[in-house]
Design a protein around this ligand. Sequence first.
Ligand SMILES: [Zn+2]
Length: 539
Amino acid sequence: MNKDMKILCLILARGGSKRIPGKNIKILAGKPLIAYTIECAKRSKYINRIIVSTDDEKIAEIARAYGAEAPFLRPAEISKDHSTELEAFKHALSWLKNNDDYEPDLIVKLFSTSPFRKTESVDKAIELLLSNPEADSVRSVTLCSEHPYKMWTIEKNLLKSLIPLEQKPKDAHTLSYQILPTVYIQNAAIDVIKPKNIWEKDSITGDVILPFEMDEYESVDINNPIDFFLAESMIELNFARDPNEPIIPEDLEFYAKYLDLNVNQCIVCESNQTSVWATYGSFTAVKCNKCNMIWINPMVNKEGTAKYYQDYIGMRFEDVERTEQRKKQYIIDRDYIMEYITSGKVLDVGCSGGFFLQELGEAFDRYGIEIDKNAVEYARKNYSFGQNVINIDLMEAPFSNETFDLIIMRGTIEHLHAPNVAVKKVAQLLKKGGFFYIAATPNVASFSAEFYRERWNQFHPIRHLYYFSVATLQKLCKKHDLKLLSYRLPYMETPYASVENNIIRVYSDIKLKKMGMAEKIPRSPPFWENMLNIVFIKE
Ligand SMILES: [Zn+2]
């Protein structure tokens, strides 16, 4: 396609709407209805101008706020109930030509009443017209839910078939839908139009109209209060979600070429009998048939993992709100271990920028190891114990055996390529009676893990390699004389809990699954039992 092509998106939005007052700017799940369509057009690869034609200053203002142009108000005489789209088209195109010397090569007509129309569909419809020069337009359609063979008028108190009886198979109105001819209805979601239709044919669509078929979800067209309620429910229950949207918004497939680290033996019970637990693209999580330990197999090797972290590093420091939330979580996690120990020599394995060590306070003699150089630098620059934070792997850490009163792995153990080896090392470094504190590790024995699997918000086949439970951690630690003291599954008290919203989300996801639409389930929300904090003591 010619890059200089002028592709105009024209959104017709009248102020007067009888069935839903203020329809175009009525708030649908937090956004004015028209915003959905403007945002859809903005994401298009081809559309390079978006104009809203309205007679209502308020609509114009909101359209501008969402990034569309509203350079004129449509005259009242062509904005009435019986006014035609053609009049609005002629007005808009004339205005643009006279005031802006702008004549589009193609017009994409969108109504704001189709909030679930995907940009991908708009672009495909544009491509369809561009690749068929003989056509005048493309019009979107969807399968008819009511068949015209079953439609009637009433005349003289008798039913009269809308389609004359002689034009349809005998008794067609008694036949099931499956054997009737397939019928489409225009869904008012997308029209792609050549401007010459308007000036030369006095028509919007022209005569040669190509169909563009859309599914029933995208085709939801809001015309009355029930449609509006339906759309709102669809958003709340995730029905309107684009199933092509990735569950994890990173390009994990790029790292699939590093998937050659095989771990065929369970690190907890040594069994090599596993079954597939979850799959995500090229990635697979397996479950030990004997002890229920779950891990990614094969794993992205060390080279690939290093590359991945290099690509995604720095994200943690950016978001102020999330940093605040993390800080609240640190305090919850700190207060738990301080029920057991309030001073002594502590090592934080995978300490990141030293944030958790900082929360532990000066009563502790604080040490940290971290493989991310930038994080180590941050700790060194910002904290009094910074010189004790070193950039090294646990296995090479320069500490003598029985050095520490407390060793912490907070959000760490699930990332390790060999947690069994790491736990053995921890046991060696701990003094007798010292504590091993594993915090903020995903709990695979949770409802969410079992229900959501690859859609579980803790599932990440590059970051999280091992998925533990109380039972598997207990078995793993027991081998090295680390005895379970207690565990907690924080949720309600955490800054991530939004109980009512989370319950509604889980409820709607269960519903989607029951209706056979599991592919529409997005990544899971925070929920009870998701995360595990657990304390061991070295005997
Ligand atoms: Zn096992």
